[in-house]
Ligand binder design. Structure first.
Ligand code: ADP
Length: 252
């Protein structure tokens, strides 16, 4: 446990450092983005136009990375009471079109009420990371995304009351080797599109809410039964109901 704590403190320190670097990079990056845009507009007939477009795409990618780091580390707003199912739905609405195009079937198994006192922006970001990853895992080829929300009176591990959220996909799954690294910053298996920050940020957001995460994953084609041949991943998180002063009392 000590080892795990040291590791997570190290990661948090690395994260703060990365965020301050991201902050420094952001202004010149914005300048470069604007300059590239001007060049793009001015040199529409230039043979160098494809290079300008490539440069724009690469700069946009850097931008995504710095934004992601900054969004997490910027001063949090005050925590508030939220409805977990509504938060999930607001995130889902961002992905519905893409999911439909990919023939991903979305199954919502919500309980009627799931109130949670939390940092809502970060909670939304957390859900977004899991849902985006699930959809990526089912691209192309489609599949099924199951979102389950349950109210738990007494969590088996912690004995606390809270909300359990499950995000399950029938996608490619992960190898054991991949599973070992997914919470490290910048670890990604998506060469062109990944930042490797999603799960790292998610773990930090969960820790801030005293939440717990469980992961099960089967690699596609790895098992002998029909289900395991198909592959898939299940993330289950438990978010304890906290007294308001507990979250308020925490440094943001
Ligand atoms: P990114 O999505 O940018 O790669 P993440 O930190 O969100 O960064 O995820 C890290 C890696 O974890 C992914 O590249 C992928 O290999 C693996 N992963 C995460 N979620 C899933 C999932 N639902 N199914 C399969 N692999 C996943």
């Amino acid at each position: 446990a000590d080892e795990a704590l040291r590791k997570s403190e190290k990661l948090a320190a690395a994260g703060r450092l990365a965020a301050s670097i991201a902050h420094e990079i952001n202004n010149p990056l914005e300048a470069v983005t604007n300059l590239l845009y001007l060049i793009h507009q001015e040199q529409k007939d230039s043979p160098a136009q494809p290079y300008v477009e490539l440069a724009e795409a690469e700069v946009a990618r850097i931008s995504v990375i710095t934004q992601q780091m900054l969004r997490f580390y910027k001063q949090s707003t005050r925590p508030a009471r939220a409805e977990v199912c509504a938060l999930l739905d607001s995130v889902l609405s961002l992905h519905e079109r893409r999911a439909a195009m990919l023939q991903i079937d979305i199954d919502r198994r919500y309980c009627s009420e799931a109130p949670l006192f939390c940092f809502t922006g970060e909670m939304r970001q957390l859900f977004n990371n899991f849902i985006a990853n699930a959809i990526d895992a089912m691209t192309p080829g489609g599949g099924k995304l199951v979102l389950r929300v349950q109210r738990v009176r007494q969590d088996a591990k912690t004995g606390l009351a809270g909300i359990r959220v499950t995000v399950a996909d029938s996608g490619c799954g992960m190898s054991q080797e991949t599973r070992r690294h997914i919470f490290e910053p910048f670890f990604t298996t998506k060469e062109d599109t990944g930042t490797g920050l999603g799960l790292w940020v998610s773990a930090e957001i969960l820790a801030k809410h005293h939440g717990r995460l469980r992961l099960r994953s089967w690699e596609r084609g790895a098992g002998t039964t029909h289900a395991s041949q198909r592959g898939g991943t299940v993330f289950t998180m438990f978010l304890p109901e906290r007294l308001e002063h507990e979250l308020h009392g925490e440094p943001a």
